[in-house]
Design a protein around this ligand. Structure first.
Ligand code: C5P
Length: 403
């Protein structure tokens, strides 16, 4: 595997495990280049990291010799993955707030590569709501978290906060690289967001969907290497990296854009498509005119999920729908899987008290032909990552680039 890691070593006692981590990565054919923070230097020497990685160790944002060798922006993008190990409570907080006050945090802010952190700290620091909030912020941004583990700590206390063992961190890094290109050569189509169905040039029928979940899924599939088209209704979510975004307004336009994006191997219909549209959109703004309100005549919209699920040679091999329900979630969703003709349904409870619509978290159930999996409550980003890995499993080890 010809991959490389930018390892940021921050100031915790677990930094002494970094030489072992570098050695284990090397055994797997993964090259390491290190950034050592001021705190990290108290626990491990630049010389030992340089000796094991075979690379210069970078320490200072304002060092002319470091900058002339490799500027900090270039350094932040020089590897395939950025790993912070150990990740202290302090560096996690600085990452969460977007600080860039040393080389490590500047590189973390400037990088366009995926980031993995291996937290290491005292159990009380780990449990502190500030740390847990920071972790949530990082998770929601797609940062991967390894550990920590439960055990005896250098400070004499016992509990969660021990950095994962180098063997496990190296295994997680290897696993990430193995799955990274898993969907290479596959095409994915994802729908996201609400639709707007025009009543007249000013008014429309809409719903509360934010597009967060669909956008996150498109991003996760793209990270696994799928050539991904995201067809999105009006949403303020930013376009995920590496995705072709097609913006639409109405269900009709969404279906047309989806059909244009075919053929695809994978279709994930996460959009909250309006079931109805106004029979004839008024050309001019409707007026009150002091008369009684005119009822809106509605007609049924096309069902994009059902259309994509229809047998035929354009049918994606795996079609996944969503079922947003407010009661009897699993029973309704199971019926929906068969009535729509899709392969999997992701069922979620969107009753107002769950805060799912517009919120960052989701509690979902994956319903396939033969089982129901109840996933714990997690961020929409985490749901997306997990779903993308499940999709990658279906397509086996495509391994087109020999990873
Ligand atoms: O029928 P219902 O709207 O509950 O089904 C939800 C699923 O169907 C979602 O995956 C949604 O994206 C999809 N859908 C669609 N086109 C519609 C209505 C729903 O693709 N017109």
């Amino acid at each position: 595997m010809s991959k490389s890691v930018l390892l940021i070593v921050s100031g915790g006692i677990a930094a002494v495990k970094c030489p072992d981590l570098i050695r284990r990565l090397g055994e797997k054919g993964i090259r390491t280049r290190c950034i050592l923070t001021r705190g990290g230097r108290e626990f491990v020497t630049p010389l030992s990291l340089a000796a094991l990685s075979g690379e210069k160790v970078y320490e200072d944002l304002f060092s002319l010799s470091d900058e002339s060798e490799m500027g900090h922006i270039e350094l932040s993008r020089s590897a395939d993955l950025v790993v912070v190990a150990p990740a202290t409570a302090n560096i996690l907080a600085r990452m969460a707030s977007g600080l860039a006050d040393d080389l490590a945090t500047t590189a973390l802010l400037a990088t366009d590569k995926p980031v993995m952190v291996a937290p290491a700290m005292n159990v009380m620091m780990w449990r502190h709501p500030a740390t847990q909030n920071n972790l949530q912020i990082l998770k929601d941004r797609g940062v991967m978290i390894i550990g920590p583990e439960e055990g005896d700590m250098a400070c004499g206390e016992f509990g969660f906060g021990r950095m994962s063992e180098p063997m496990d961190i190296a295994g997680a890094i290897e696993g990430f690289f193995r799955l990274e290109g898993h969907l290479k050569g596959r095409r994915a189509l994802v729908t996201s967001g609400p639709t707007h169905e025009a009543i007249d040039p000013v008014r429309y029928i809409a719903n509360r969907s934010s597009g967060k979940q669909g956008h996150a899924i498109a991003g996760a599939l793209a990270r696994l290497g799928a050539e991904t088209t995201l067809v999105s209704g009006p949403s303020i979510e930013p376009a995920p990296t590496g995705v072709t975004l097609v913006r639409v307004e109405s269900a009709h336009d969404m279906l047309a854009a989806c059909e244009k994006a075919l053929p695809a191997d994978i279709a994930v219909c996460a959009a909250a498509v309006s079931d109805w549209r106004v029979a004839s959109e008024a050309v001019s703004k409707l007026k009150k005119n002091g008369s009684a309100p005119q009822p809106l005549e509605l007609v049924l919209n096309p069902d994009i999920l059902a259309t994509l699920s229809q047998p035929g040679n354009q049918r994606p091999a795996l079609v996944i729908g969503f079922a947003a329900e407010t009661d009897d979630v699993i029973a309704y969703a199971t019926k929906k899987r068969t009535s729509k003709g899709c392969d999997w349904i992701i069922a979620n409870d969107v009753s107002p008290q769950t805060g799912t619509f517009g919120g960052s978290d989701n509690t979902v159930h994956l319903i396939t032909a033969d089982r129901v999996e109840n996933w714990p409550k997690m961020s929409k980003n985490a749901v997306a990552e997990k779903l993308a890995l499940r999709i990658a499993d279906v397509f086996g080890q495509s391994d087109t680039d020999g990873n």
